[in-house]
Design a protein around this ligand. Sequence first.
Ligand code: ADP
Length: 408
Amino acid sequence: MKVMVINCGSSSLKFKLFDMEKSNTVLAEGVIEEIGKEKSKFKYKSKNMKKDEEIVKDVEAKDHTRAVEQVTKMLIDPKAGIFKDKIEVDAVGHRVVHGGEKFSKSALITKGVKEVIKDCFEIAPLHNPPNYSGIEACEAILPNVPQVAVFDTAFHQTMSKQAYIYGLPYELYERYHIRKYGFHGTSHEYVSQRGAEFLKKDIKKMKIVTCHLGNGASAAAVKNGISIDTSMGLTPLEGLVMGTRTGDMDPAVVTFLMRKEHMNADEMDNLLNKKSGLKGISGISNDLREVMQAASTGNNRAQFAIDIFCYRITKYIGSYAAAMGGLDTVIFTGGIGENSVEVRAKVLEPLAFLGIKVDPARNKSKEKEKVISTAGSKIKCIVVPTNEELMIAMKTKYVVSESNNMYR
Ligand code: ADP
C-alpha cells in the first residue's frame, strides 16, 4: 500500500509518500510554500534522485488544490517521479490538528467527519481551516482515493475529567466545549510506543513522561500506553514555554495588559502566541540555538530564557510523576529534545531526588535513538526521534484496511 501523508498550513503543504509494503520506505517528499502568492516555492526529492539532490523551483499554486496538482504532476515526472503516468496512491492521510471531543482515533473522511472538522474551526482557527482545504484539495485531485484524518488531539482523549476540565463555571464547558484537549498527540503516541520497544518493555506497564520540545513544546503523562494528562490545552498556548508562546501564566495578566496597553483580543492573541516565549524573554530569537549562542556571549536575558524554559519542563515532569503515581521513563523528542545536550541535562539534573542520573557521555553521544541515563538510574531517560508522518501513514493504512474488511 502506498500512502501519501499531507500536512497543510495556511500557506504551505508538506507531503511524504510511503511504501508501507517495503519497510515503510519514503518514496518522495517535499513542501510547497507561499501558496496563494504569484509564485510558490516547491522543494522536492524522491528515491529516484541522487542522495543529496533536491529540486527547488517556483510553481504556480494559487490555492491548496493547485498545490496538490503540482505535487501529483511531480510524482509522474519522467525523471524525478515515482509513478509512470498514473498516480497510484492507495490512501491519503491528513494531519488534522483539532478533532474536538468527537475523535479519539483516526477516521476515514466522510461528509460527517468533514462537518466535525469544520465545527472545530472556532477553537482551532489557525490550523483546522488549512487542514480542511488540504482534504478538499485531495478529494478534487485524487477523487477515488480513500482519505483519512489523523488528529493531533486524539491520543489525549483518554484524559479523565479531572485532568481536562478547567476551574471555570461548568456551563462554559457545556456551552462552548472549553476544556483541555492537548496537541502533538501523534508524536507523543509514536515516541512512547517506539521508546517502549527500544527499551524492550511492555508499554502497558510503564509510566512515561514524553517531552516534545520543538518550536511548539508539550509534555504528556503516558500511563500504561494511555495519555492521562498533557500540557497544552484548549489551544497549543498552555503549558511549557515555547519558541514564541507564553505557556502557563496567571490569566489575569491578559485582562491587566488589555486594559493597560489598550489591546484588543487579536492583538493579545498575537502577543501571547507570536511574541512571547524564548523570543519574548530573550529579545533575541525563537530559535533555541540562537538564544544559546547569545547566552554563551554573556547575554543575561538569553540565559534567563533558557533557565525558564528548562525549569518549566522539570516542573511538568515532577507533576506528572505525581499524577501517575510514579515514573519509570522520560522521553525527549522534537528539534530541541533530540539535539540539545544542554537542555536535557538542565531539565533532568534537579530530578536527581526521584532517582534520575544522567550519564554525560551517553547524553553527548551522536546516536539518534539512545539512553542518556546511567545504568544505575532508577528512571530511564531516553531520546527518540519523532516521526509524525510515519505514524500518520501507519494509522491511515490501518483505517483503510479496517474499512475494506468491513465491506468485504
Ligand atoms: P517545529 O516545532 O517547528 O517542528 P523543530 O522540532 O524542528 O520545530 O525544533 C526547532 C527547535 O529545535 C529550534 O528552537 C532549534 O533551535 C532547535 N534545535 C535544532 N537543532 C538544535 C541543536 N543542535 N541544539 C539546540 N537546539 C536545536
